[in-house]
Design a protein around this ligand. Sequence first.
Ligand SMILES: Cc1cc2nc3c(=O)[nH]c(=O)nc-3n(C[C@H](O)[C@H](O)[C@H](O)COP(=O)(O)O)c2cc1C
Length: 356
Amino acid sequence: MLNLLGALARPVLFAMEPEDAHNLTIRTLKALPALTPKTDDPRLKVEAFGLSFPNPIGVAAGFDKHAEVPDQLLSMGFGYVEIGGVTPKPQAGNPRPRVFRLIRDQAVINRYGLNSVGAAEVARRLAARGTRAGIVGVNIGPNKDATDRVADYVALVQALGEHASYLSVNVSSPNTPGLRDLQQAKVLDEILARVIEAREATRRKPPVLLKIAPDVTLADLDDIVRVARKRRIEGMIVSNTTIARPDTLKESATAKETGGLSGRPLFEASTRLLAQTYLRVEGQFPLIGIGGITRPQDAVTKIEAGATLVGLYTGLIYEGMGLVDGMKRAILSSLRAGGHAGVAGLVGTRASSLAG
Ligand SMILES: Cc1cc2nc3c(=O)[nH]c(=O)nc-3n(C[C@H](O)[C@H](O)[C@H](O)COP(=O)(O)O)c2cc1C
C-alpha cells in the first residue's frame, strides 16, 4: 500500500511544504487499518535489550512524534517504531517553516524544536493500544522552558515508562538550546542515574537507551560510553541529526537554514561514530544505528559497523516504504554470503575499518 502511496504520492507530497506533506502522510496512515504484518524470515529476528524484534529495521524518532500511527507503521513491516520526542508538558516548538528538503542531497534540515502534545496525551494514546503486539519505544526530551531538566526526564519516565517497550533518552536534538550539553559526563551521569532509578520504580521496567549526537568528539564519546557502561543502561542509539554542513552539499542555499541535517550526507559520519561506539562498548550492550540510510545496503553497513538494530526517517521521504523490504533482502543476502545464521553474526564485523 505504502509502495503504491510512495510511487503515486511523491510528486504530490513534494509539491507541498515539507511539514504539510508530513502531516498528510500521518493522516493517510491513520486512515489505514493496522493489519498484522506479514511474517518475517526467521533469520531476521533480533534479540536486544530483553526484547524480541521480528526484524532489525525501525522507524526513527520524529516521524510519529505524537504516537498517532505506531501500529500502521508496524504493519508496513518495521521491526519497531520509536515514537516521540515527547516532552512533559505540551509545547508548540519553533515557528514554521521549520523543515526543509535538500532534494539533490537526499537530505532534510529540521528545527521543529520538540513540538509535542505532551506526556499525558501520549500516555493515553499508548495505553489505548492495550496489549497489541509490536515494539514501540518512546523518545523523551525536556521542555524548552524547564528549569530542572533532570526532573523533566524523571517525570517522563514516570508518565510513559508503563507504556513504552523501551525509553530513548534524547540528549541530542540540536533544536532545544543547551540540550546537547547534557551529553557532558557529569550531568549525563546524573540524568542516567535518576532515569534508571525512576525506571526501577515502574511496574514495566522498560530498557533505557541513550541517543547521542553525531557531532560529539571522540574524547566526548569516551566519557559518554564510560558513563553509559557505569550506569548499566541497556543500549545506545547513534545518532541524531548533525549541526555540521558538509561542503559536499549541493543545495547550498537551503543548507544555510538552522537545524539538524539528516539523510544521505549524514551516513558516513554517523556510521563512523557508530563503529567508534561499538569498539568502546565492548559488547556490554547493543546499539541502534541511525543516520543517512537511503539505500538497502546502508542497513548492512550499519550492522557491520556495530548496530544490532537500525532505524531511519529521511530515507523514507526520498525512497518510500519500499526501502524496508529492500533492506531486509540486502541483510538476508549478506547473511547468506557470510554464512551467518542470524543478524548477530554480522554485527560489528567491519567495526575497525568503518571506525577509521
Ligand atoms: C523532521 C525530523 C524530526 C525529528 N525529530 C526527532 C525527535 O523528536 N527526537 C529525536 O531523538 N530525533 C529526532 N529526529 C532524528 C531522527 O530520529 C534521526 O536520528 C535522524 O534524522 C537521522 O536519521 P535519518 O538520516 O535516517 O533521518 C528527527 C529527524 C527529522 C528529519
